[in-house]
Design a protein around this ligand. Structure first.
Ligand code: PLP
Length: 409
């Protein structure tokens, strides 16, 4: 059979396995635990000898169906769902790194990810933050103890685009686990596998869910990394096909033991949202492009950051890597204009911290998501005090422009 397209696969992949009573969606399995007629079957599932579910913290049929969808979207090997994007990131590090290991990370990251890495640093994992828009900076930071490199595709909120291909080549040559946070691009715009990523992480709360009605996260093993050469795999999981070792360790040590489990209810909402990702994303991107161009021409706006603008430092790279520039843009106002006052005047656009919703959202960055960092670290990361992040939704562009036009007037 011909290889099915992105949306066809997403819509129909639940039905590749029989669904109870012919339901067209995978039902919500809310049960906390699963019972067996024979204890011997319970033992076999526990030991991984037989497939099945034993306890909801380690997954349910509903979360498994969503995991399968994400795997297909990412064209990966296997996926694990989590209760949030941060749950996915923390479980990945917790499962794969040990005290004494070294992590090289982009310095242009979602603020909570930076904060999490600082926590790992306090627990003995050394972290070096580098400007990942140039792979040479990543290479220069690598040491004998380096085990992992972590980057975002398009950084939240300043939209720097990592040198994804260059870093991929370095990680492959050095045998490092290459983790790409694909949240801002989503697997519709970009496949981390194509640049040699070992693991792709998505906050499902954002574009994949798309409706701002459920939290979730996922880590997908692309199938490219040779886990047999990774020293941190526990003896217990060095069994069978080495391709499974990494993802099994993340499921056991990251999901089972840390417990940031995706609820069946949320998995269902996110799976329904995922069905329309390919329909929503082009509109999200064209709204962001239109709004970025409008803001760039506005006299009260000092600077706009959006990879779709020709003056963006990684404009050409974004064009060659992604099928669109996504819906995150940020802008600085001219000196003396208070961004909070401007946002207060918006009538349609919602002041909110989320992104990837069908509704357009805006947030003043310095006093909210970058507040804890303080003014000096914000400045070192290029976060101006007047920086506003916008996440475009799927409204009509004219209405968005009219709202910003009135607020800036
Ligand atoms: N990664 C990126 C790039 C994000 O922007 C976010 C949240 O904004 C996350 C991860 C965390 O996702 P969640 O809010 O689902 O924990």
């Amino acid at each position: 059979m011909k290889k099915l397209g992105f949306t066809t696969t997403t819509l129909h992949c639940d039905r590749t396995k029989p669904i109870e009573h012919g339901a067209t969606h995978k039902p919500v399995h809310n049960s906390a635990a699963f019972g067996f007629a024979k204890a011997s079957d319970l033992v076999k599932v526990f030991q991984g000898v037989q497939p099945g579910f034993v306890y909801g913290r380690q997954g349910t049929p509903t979360s498994a169906a969503l995991e399968e969808k994400i795997t297909r979207m990412e064209q990966g090997f296997q996926t694990i769902g989590f209760s949030s994007g941060m749950g996915a990131i923390s479980a990945t590090l917790l499962a794969l790194l040990r005290a004494g290991d070294h992590l090289v990370s982009s310095r242009f990251l979602f603020g909570n990810t930076t904060s999490l890495f600082e926590t790992f640093a306090r627990m003995g994992v050394e972290v070096t933050f580098v400007d990942a828009t140039d792979a040479a900076n990543v290479e220069a930071a690598i040491r004998p103890e380096t085990r992992m490199v972590f980057v975002e595709t398009i950084a939240n909120p300043r939209t720097q685009v990592s040198d994804l291909e260059g870093i991929g080549r370095i990680c492959q040559a050095r045998g490092l686990v290459y983790v790409v946070d694909n949240t801002i691009t989503s697997p519709f715009l970009f496949l981390p596998k194509n640049v040699g990523a070992s693991l792709s992480i998505n906050s499902l709360t954002k574009y994949i869910g798309g409706h701002g009605n459920a939290l979730g996260g996922a880590v997908t093993d692309t199938g490219l990394f040779d886990w047999s050469s990774f020293p941190n795999i526990n003896e217990l999981y060095r069994k069978g096909d080495a391709k499974t070792w990494g993802i099994v360790q993340i499921r056991k040590k990251g999901l089972r033991d840390a417990g940031a489990t995706l609820s069946a209810e949320s998995a269902h909402h996110l799976a329904i949202g995922a069905e329309t990702l390919a329909l929503r994303m082009p509109r999200t991107c064209s709204n962001a492009q239109g709004l970025a161009e409008f803001l760039a021409a506005h006299p009260k706006v000092k600077k706009v950051y959006y990879p779709g603008l020709k003056d963006h430092p990684q404009h050409e790279r974004a064009k060659s890597l992604f099928c669109g520039n996504s819906g995150i843009l940020s802008f600085e106002l001219q000196d003396g204009i208070d961004c909070v006052e401007v946002l207060d005047k918006l009538e349609l656009v919602i002041s909110s911290t989320n992104l990837g919703d069908n509704r357009t959202l805006a947030i003043p960055v310095a006093p909210t998501i970058y507040f804890e960092l303080g003014p000096e670290r914000r400045a070192s990361l290029g976060i101006a005090e007047s920086l506003v992040r916008i996440s475009t939704g799927i409204e009509d562009l004219d209405d968005l422009i009219a709202d910003f036009s009135a607020a800036l007037a």
